[in-house]
Design a protein around this ligand. Structure first.
Ligand code: ATP
Ligand code: MG
Length: 400
C-alpha cells in the first residue's frame, strides 16, 4: 500500500496574479523539505498538492513519518489528508479501508462512508461504493454502527486520477502563507519564551527570518548562546533556514553602567539593540524588526517605553505577541516546540545589569539627555564589526 498526502491550501489569498507565484513557492519549499525525508514527488492540480512516493519506490515507515512531519510544518498548507492509494477496484478499496484505518475504526463506535467519484470511468455510482465499503467494514468490525449525521469516523473514498484514495478525512496543518511570500524580517531572538513565538508567528504569515542574538560574555555564558542556537534550529523546522547574527553588548553595557543613571539602564540598552538591529536589517535586506514584547509585561514594555524604543528604528517593529497573555504565549511555545528550550535557566544580557527601580514611563527627551553621556554611533559600529554570523540550516535542524 502506498501512502499519499493531499495538501490543501487556502483559497481567499490566492486570487488574481499572486496565485501562481504563491503556488510555485509552496511547491518549491515542499520539494526542498521532502528531499530530506525520502524520494517523494510533489504535483499540483486545482487547489491540491499531492505528495506521493516516486514511481517504483517504497518508502519505509520512518520516511513516511518524516514526510508527514515536513508537510505539517510547512506554512501555506491549511489541511493535509493522509490517504492510502489503491487501484480502482472495489475489493482493493474495501480491504484497504478496513486495514489502513484499523486503529481508528477499532476506537470508534459509529462511522459512515463518503465517496466522491471524479473519475466517471469507474463503473459504480458513489452511493453504491459507499454502501459496499460500509457493508465490508461492518463485517470486519461488528461493534460499529452506521451514523450518517454525527459519526466518530468518516471513511472517505476518493476516486480520481486513475486511482482510489482511502482516508479518514483531513487534519489541520500549519496554515499561514509560504515562507518568503511576504519579505524578510530580522527577529531579535533572546533565550526567552516570547521571541521564538514572535518569530514563528511572522514566519507563518510568509515572512522569511534572519535573527540577531545579543550576548554579554562573560556576564552571559556560552550555554546561553547554545540555547539560542537551539531555539533558532527549532524555529527553522517551520521557518526554513535562518541566518543568526551574534552581537556582543559587553562593552556597551559596561559603558552604560559606568556613565548613566541606573533607572535608565534597560531602556538605553533596548535602544542600542534596536539601532544595531536596524543597521543589520538594512545590510541584509530585512524590511522589519520582530520582537517578542507583550503589552505591560515588564517595565520596558509599557506604552511609553515601547514608544521610546521604537523611536530609534527607521523600519517597522513588529510585535505579534503584543496582545497575548503569557499563558497564551506559553501554549504557542509548547505547540511549536520551543518551550522546553526556553525555560532552560541561562542568564540573558538584559538581566545582567537590571536596575532595581527601572523607569517605567520614560520620555524620549530624558532618555536622549542620558544618551549624551554615551558614544552611541562609535559603539554601534564597533559592536557590528565584531559580530559573528551562523547559518542555521533547515537540514541540520532535522537532527534535533
Ligand atoms: P523573551 O521571552 O522573548 O526573552 P521577555 O519577556 O524576556 O522576552 P525582554 O527581555 O524585555 O522581554 O525582551 C523583549 C524583547 O527584546 C524580546 O522578546 C526579544 O525580541 C528582544 N530581546 C531581549 N533580549 C534580547 C537578546 N539578548 N538578544 C536578542 N533580542 C533580545
Ligand atoms: Mg528576555
Amino acid at each position: 500500500m502506498r501512502e499519499v498526502y493531499l495538501c490543501k491550501y487556502g483559497e481567499i489569498i490566492l486570487k488574481g496574479a499572486n496565485r501562481s507565484s504563491f503556488e510555485a513557492l509552496l511547491c518549491r519549499e515542499l520539494k526542498f523539505r521532502l528531499s530530506f525525508a525520502g524520494r517523494f514527488s510533489v504535483t499540483r492540480s486545482q487547489s491540491v498538492i499531492t505528495v506521493a512516493p516516486r514511481e517504483g519506490t517504497e518508502p519505509t515507515s520512518e520516511e513516511y513519518a518524516a514526510a508527514y512531519g515536513a508537510i505539517s510544518k510547512t506554512f501555506g498548507i491549511i489541511a493535509v489528508c493522509r490517504c492510502a492509494a489503491v487501484p480502482q477496484d472495489l475489493a482493493a478499496i474495501e480491504e484497504t479501508a478496513a486495514g489502513y484505518l484499523k486503529d481508528r475504526l477499532e476506537a470508534a463506535k459509529t462511522f459512515k462512508v463518503e465517496t466522491k467519484r471524479a473519475d466517471k470511468r469507474f463503473p459504480m455510482h458513489s452511493f453504491d461504493v459507499s454502501a459496499a465499503v460500509g457493508g465490508y467494514i461492518l463485517s470486519k468490525y461488528p461493534h460499529l454502527k452506521v451514523d450518517v449525521h454525527d459519526p466518530d469516523i468518516t471513511v472517505k473514498v476518493d476516486i480520481r486520477d486513475g486511482d482510489a484514495f482511502v482516508s479518514a478525512g483531513s487534519e489541520h496543518a500549519a496554515g499561514g502563507m509560504p515562507v518568503g511570500s511576504n519579505g524578510k524580517g530580522l527577529l531579535l531572538l533572546s533565550g526567552g519564551i516570547d521571541s521564538p513565538v514572535a518569530g514563528w508567528m511572522m514566519a507563518k504569515r510568509g515572512v522569511k527570518l534572519d535573527a540577531v542574538y545579543f550576548e554579554a560574555f562573560p556576564y552571559t555564558s556560552l550555554q546561553a548562546r547554545e540555547k539560542v542556537i537551539t531555539l533558532a534550529r527549532e524555529i527553522a523546522l517551520w521557518a526554513g533556514s535562518i541566518r543568526l547574527h551574534v552581537v556582543s553588548l559587553t562593552e556597551i553595557e559596561e559603558e552604560i553602567s559606568r556613565n548613566c543613571a541606573e533607572e535608565y539602564f534597560t531602556i538605553l540598552l533596548r535602544r542600542y539593540m534596536m539601532r544595531i538591529a536596524a543597521k543589520l536589517a538594512a545590510e541584509t535586506d530585512c524590511g522589519a524588526l520582530i520582537t517578542g514584547e507583550s503589552m505591560g509585561q515588564v517595565a520596558s514594555q509599557t506604552m511609553e517605553a515601547l514608544a521610546v524604543t521604537d523611536a530609534v528604528s527607521p523600519i517597522p517593529v513588529f510585535r505579534p505577541c503584543i496582545g497575548l497573555d503569557k499563558e497564551e504565549i506559553i501554549v504557542s511555545a509548547r505547540k511549536i516546540g520551543t518551550f522546553d528550550t526556553s525555560i532552560l535557566p541561562y542568564e540573558d544580557c538584559c538581566t545582567v545589569f537590571t536596575p532595581r527601580h527601572p523607569r517605567t514611563r520614560p520620555s524620549a527627551a530624558e532618555v536622549e539627555e542620558e544618551e549624551k553621556k554615551l558614544a552611541t554611533e562609535a559603539d554601534i559600529t564597533a559592536a557590528l564589526a565584531g559580530r559573528q554570523t551562523l547559518n542555521i540550516n533547515y537540514k541540520d535542524s532535522l537532527e534535533l
